[in-house]
Write a protein that binds this ligand. Structure first.
Ligand code: TXA
Ligand code: MG
Length: 322
């Protein structure tokens, strides 16, 4: 399997594959998705098989236009339209009450549905050409690091996917913010690029953040987004101490650092994502994947600051590490 360059023909071909119930990997602004026709339960079942994902974990349905919300959800609150106006296309997923016609395979048996309009030209082109909703989880094996390049999808899924559209690197690089609008108070189920304060500014009401939601969300599982190499999240001081200790035992150790304090560290396998850069999110999964490929004994990850703009990164690192 090689990634397919984006042309009018390859988009038409990918849309035809989706209509035939096949799987197409799609670039989005967050991560690559493993897409299938959301109205076709057999096609959706293939997603779970390819990923090795338990069947009760619901999928996000991707749409070309906000007005298509009505094809998938009922009792849509006014705030959903406001959020769509403000943030779509973009990295925000809304949980709403599902329409009876939506296959249970998509929602993992729940009566709610996750919807989003991605902000990626290739994804939007395919969605328009296809016409319907595309169910797409991140295009990685269950529990692994999400793909932010077409080649990552090949590493993860190989020939289990019928076509991989190559849209280059994902601009945002971490999965969308998920907001549940089915409760009386809007609740963030998964942090992402769109922050709580951005959401509160639009909604003019407090937004809760739930780490353990009553609805099962795989992004909420303790071990997720994880490299195969044991990875440890630690403060700068602990990291330095552990590095010394591990090296003195002859271990091969990688370091993923965020502070300028560690930028001069002498370590053969150091990746430093500068705290000042605004693209550290986009570089995160690539960095973890790169270190994982080196088959080291361990990866030491420096704990980023506890600030709102680091929330998504902290969330993913907490789940990727021990
Ligand atoms: O950025 C993204 O959201 C990417 C791209 C491809 O769009 N997709 C993605 O999908 O991250 P996935 O399947 O890896 O994560 C979807 C998350 C899961 O945590 C899932 O449990 C949650 O969305 N989810 C989906 N439907 C839900 C529902 N009805 N209620 C609660 N959580 C839901
Ligand atoms: Mg995922």
């Amino acid at each position: 399997m090689t990634p397919t360059a984006v042309t009018p023909q390859s988009i038409q071909h990918a849309a035809a594959l989706l209509h035939q119930g096949k799987l197409v990997a799609i670039p989005t602004e967050t991560v690559y998705g493993l897409g299938a026709d959301a109205s076709n339960p057999d096609a959706v079942a293939k997603i779970f098989l390819a990923k090795g994902r338990p069947a009760d974990h619901p999928l996000i349905v991707h749409l070309a236009y906000a007005r298509q919300i009505k094809d998938w959800a009922i009792n849509v609150p006014e705030v959903a339209w406001r959020l769509a106006d403000e943030f779509w296309p973009g990295p925000l997923t809304m949980i709403l009450q599902k329409k009876a016609s939506v296959p249970m395979a998509v929602t993992g048996g729940q009566n709610t549905i996750a919807l989003r309009v991605p902000n990626n030209a290739v994804a939007l082109w395919l969605l328009r050409e296809f016409g319907g909703g595309i169910a797409a989880p991140s295009a990685n094996r269950f529990g692994r690091i999400s793909p932010t390049l077409a080649t990552h999808v090949i590493e993860e899924l190989g020939d289990a996917v019928d076509c991989i559209l190559d849209g280059g690197p994902c601009a945002v690089g971490v999965e969308s913010t998920i907001i549940d609008l089915t409760d009386s108070q809007p609740t963030i189920l998964r942090p992402g690029r769109i922050s709580r304060s951005q959401l509160e500014a639009v909604l003019q009401t407090p937004v809760a953040i739930k780490s353990q939601h009553k609805i099962r969300a795989p992004g909420m599982l303790a071990a997720h987004y994880a490299p195969n190499t044991p990875a440890f999240l630690c403060t700068t001081d602990t990291l330095l101490a552990l590095l010394d200790q591990q090296r003195s035992h002859g271990k091969r150790v990688g370091v993923l650092a965020f502070s300028t304090e560690l930028s001069q560290l002498t370590c053969q396998h150091l990746l430093n994502l500068p705290a000042q850069a605004d693209n550290y999110e986009a570089a995160l999964y690539c960095a973890l994947r790169e270190l994982d490929k080196l088959q080291l004994d361990s990866i030491l990850v420096e704990k980023p600051p506890e600030q709102e703009d680091w929330m998504a990164v902290n969330d993913r690192l907490n789940k990727a590490t021990i």
